[in-house]
Design a protein around this ligand. Structure first.
Ligand code: SF4
Ligand code: SF4
Length: 222
């Protein structure tokens, strides 16, 4: 899922200078799970904006704010309240904010969240960035553990040598990913020392050139 964090409220207010009527859009998917943009947070934001002298003309929480057509439909259904607003405050990831921009060509859109990245959920309230969408997955060579994302230096040819008792020298709260990779290799019956030693073709950075897109003909029946 996509991880987000709440922006400092004063920064949101700065973006809303001169805009007194606001409409709020949350997200019923990732931002709800991460407690940054669900019903609760949208209502909380409405209260904070009201206390700061803003008038909230309406609010919606789409099932997923990154679904552009669904967002358009929901905003059309709330046309009067949307039209009455000077700006739309969006409590969703950057993809959700841009779905709203796409839906409302002439309305200023203000993000209320910062987007951190893609995360795995361990349990509710515990999330880890384990993939950075590099577009050329090499997990098969590393026992299913990503050195690109889980090593701050992106070491793909072995550890940097700075680990202390298996902890990363950059952030000792984390295990050095190479400790994890070696331990897993042993469990898989593979030779740890061989991992990352093979010649690697230079990465094809065309696969990470932004903006990427994925367009395909969906199978009938989903
Ligand atoms: S190699 Fe790492 S960053 Fe790239 S797709 Fe696989 S898990 Fe994600
Ligand atoms: S200690 Fe391990 S995870 Fe940390 S930067 Fe070095 S190789 Fe990467």
């Amino acid at each position: 899922m996509t991880a987000t964090e709440k922006k400092v409220f004063d920064d949101i207010l700065k973006s809303l200078e001169g805009k007194d009527q606001v409409f709020l859009v949350g997200c019923g998917d990732c931002a709800t799970v991460l407690q940054t943009g669900g019903e609760y947070e949208v209502n909380e934001m409405a209260e904070m904006l009201a206390a700061a002298g803003k008038q909230v003309t309406g609010r919606v929480v789409p099932d997923a704010s990154c679904k552009i057509l669904d967002v358009k439909r929901l905003l059309r259904q709330n046309k009067e309240a949307v039209d009455a607003a000077d700006a739309i405050v969006v409590l969703a990831c950057g993809a959700g904010v841009q779905a709203v921009s796409e839906a409302l060509e002439t309305k200023p859109v203000v993000p209320a969240l910062d987007t951190i990245g893609q995360v795995d959920q361990f349990r509710l309230g515990q999330y880890y960035e384990w993939c950075s969408s590099c577009g050329e997955c090499i997990l098969a060579e590393y026992g299913g553990i990503c050195p690109i994302t889980r090593c701050p230096k992106g070491q793909v040819h072995g550890p940097c040598g700075g680990a202390n008792e298996g902890k990363c020298e950059v952030n000792p709260e984390n295990q050095c990913v190479w400790t994890l990779i070696y331990e897993r290799a042993e469990k898989l019956g593979e030779e740890p020392a061989a991992i990352g030693t093979a010649y690697r073709e230079p990465r094809d950075y065309r696969k990470t050139t932004h903006p990427r897109q994925k367009v395909f003909e969906p199978r009938r029946g989903g």
